[in-house]
Design a protein around this ligand. Structure first.
Ligand code: GAP
Length: 516
């Protein structure tokens, strides 16, 4: 675990040092759970969004996109259930005055028990070597099976209490498990209370409750209220989808783990409108399609898994998370929800406007059902950085060159596609030629020109920001118009004519590679 903590600290430090992510308002000591994306971070984030948009909208004839406003009529949030039910259970420690999510305190206990079981399994793996049967060991070793049973039992009790909204029961569970404040060690807790996560603000010209506006906690509602506008203007037929990328805001009680849980974040959501009764077919379809989207990027499959919800949200009749193994364990990366006709029906009732679709094949009017896919752009960013950032030994190198930090992002997502480097800066013809090549390539993709420091250092800098190709201009270039093209992961260099650089880099960094 401490190795993973170290790895996570390195990741956060790398993001700052290399201009991916900065704490918001850092000069004023920062604003908790709010972050700014720097030069390379904003490029990577744009590429993630572009990959999602192209996979969802461009690759599906029956999915179209919108860009709805962040502010919506306040009744939207009454209809969606967010005013009444978008709550987290919070508890304060009376001694430290720190506030926690009660469910997360209990989850912390579950994680610790599971960790104990994993430690036993690891010890046994080392002891038994090749002949180790992990499944059998988990089932038959009394200590491991007792830990696993204990964790599952608490998990089930927590799920039931959350489902029933039983705050007194949650407080009793915290006391029974003797949970102490992680900072002060005190067990002096207040009652557990429900806390609504929506931020609110006031409309300029209307005072009081009437003028109360919410910052949207999910982008999905902008899609629901526009369902008929989009359907009528595009004449799409059910089944069809509406996709959107945009900011969402949640007043998270506990904001930890860098950009994993933020108060201002970005979602990439798609609502797929279908015939009632067909939701399970489409739910399975989107589960498979979304998992494929993740693995196409080269995400190790063992770092991804499905996890069914024990506790369904107020709008869902089936829900699953795609979890990713972050440095702090498997956590939700994306949600796939069968939302029934809950949202459209609620909006229909509260607005008094019909939100129905006439199905010409069935000769029938109905409120469509919806299957939703929802992935956080920032969590996706963190997932990519978590496995792409690697430290490795460089064969045949010595001293400080013996190891390198390399960001093995898929080339299609890499912030900078190609760096142009004159071998030596004070030989005029080399920088001149390199500039000429750079000025040509920058018309096709994001390139960098760099002539500072020794060539090895410049390669390392590009490795650290994930640049898949470096073009080096040397004396041979002047003689025969060829350059070396160095590939980031293998560090292999090939000699190619200048005229071929653009075609090769374009082909090897093309997003098309992710769709084939
Ligand atoms: N429309 C459904 C919905 O919003 P959700 O599971 O609450 O469902 C969807 O959120 C995704 O949004 C999550 O899987 C996660 O990737 C991202 N997300 C949610 N809350 C977040 C937060 N506070 N910070 C960063 N990302 C968040």
């Amino acid at each position: 675990m401490s190795q993973q903590v170290d790895q996570f600290k390195k990741l956060v430090a790398h993001c700052k040092e290399y201009g991916f992510i900065f704490q918001s308002s850092e000069i004023y000591d920062g604003l908790s759970a709010v972050y700014d994306y720097g030069p390379y971070g904003s490029e990577l984030k744009n590429n993630i969004k572009n990959y999602w948009w192209r996979a969802m909208v461009q690759m599906h004839e029956n999915i179209t996109g919108i860009d709805a406003a962040i502010f919506m009529h306040p009744k939207t949030w009454k209809a969606s259930g967010h005013v009444d039910a978008f709550n987290d259970p919070l508890v304060d420690n009376k001694d430290s005055k720190k506030r926690y999510r009660a469910d997360q305190l209990v989850e912390g206990v579950i994680d610790k028990i599971n960790e104990k079981a994993e430690k036993e399994v690891e010890k046994a793996r080392k002891r038994f070597g090749e002949s180790f049967d992990e499944a059998l060991y988990r089932e038959t070793n009394p200590r491991v099976s007792e830990y696993l049973k204990q964790a599952l039992d608490i998990e089930k009790r927590l799920a039931q209490l959350m489902k029933d909204g039983d705050m007194a029961g949650l407080k009793a569970l915290i006391e029974e498990l003797e949970i102490a404040d992680p900072e002060s060690g005190s067990r002096n807790w207040t009652e557990v209370r429900q806390f609504n996560l929506m931020f609110s603000t006031q409309l300029g010209n209307i005072a009081g409750e009437e003028g109360k506006l919410y910052l949207r906690p999910e982008t999905a509602q902008g899609i629901f209220v526009n369902f008929l506008n989009v359907q009528k203007s595009t004449r799409l037929k059910v089944p069809f989808g509406i996709a959107q990328i945009g900011k969402a805001f949640r007043n998270e009680i506990v904001a930890r783990q860098f950009i994993f849980r933020m108060r201002e974040f970005e979602q990439m959501e798609m609502q797929f409108f279908i015939r009632p009764g067909e939701e399970m077919k489409w739910y399975e379809y989107w589960k498979a399609a979304r998992m494929k989207w993740h693995t196409a990027l080269g995400t190790p499959p063992e770092m991804l898994r499905f996890k069914d919800h024990d506790n369904l949200a107020h709008y869902a009749n089936a829900a699953v998370d795609i979890q990713f193994e972050f440095p702090f364990g498997f956590k939700e990366l994306e949600g796939i929800h069968s939302r029934t006709d809950f949202d459209l029906k609620s909006h229909q009732e509260l607005s008094g406007k019909k939100l129905q679709y006439f199905d010409t094949e069935l000769n029938e009017n109905y409120v469509p059902y919806v299957v939703e896919t929802s992935v956080g752009c920032d969590r996706m960013f963190l997932a990519l950085m978590s496995y792409a950032l690697q430290e490795e030994a460089v064969p045949d190198a010595k001293g400080e060159d013996a190891t390198r930090t390399v960001l093995r992002l898929h080339p299609a997502l890499a912030p900078v596609k190609c760096a142009v480097l004159p071998l030596i800066r004070n030989k005029e013809e080399l920088p001149e030629k390199a500039r000429e090549i750079f000025n040509d390539l920058k018309q096709s993709f994001l390139c960098q020109y760099d002539d500072k420091d020794a060539i090895g250092r410049r390669y390392r800098r590009q490795d650290a920001i994930g640049t898949p190709f470096c073009v080096t201009v040397d004396f041979e270039t002047i003689e025969n118009n060829t350059v070396t093209l160095r590939e980031r992961d293998s560090m292999v260099q090939e000699r190619i004519p200048i005229s071929e650089i653009e075609g090769i880099v374009r082909q090897r960094t093309d997003m098309k590679l992710l769709f084939s």
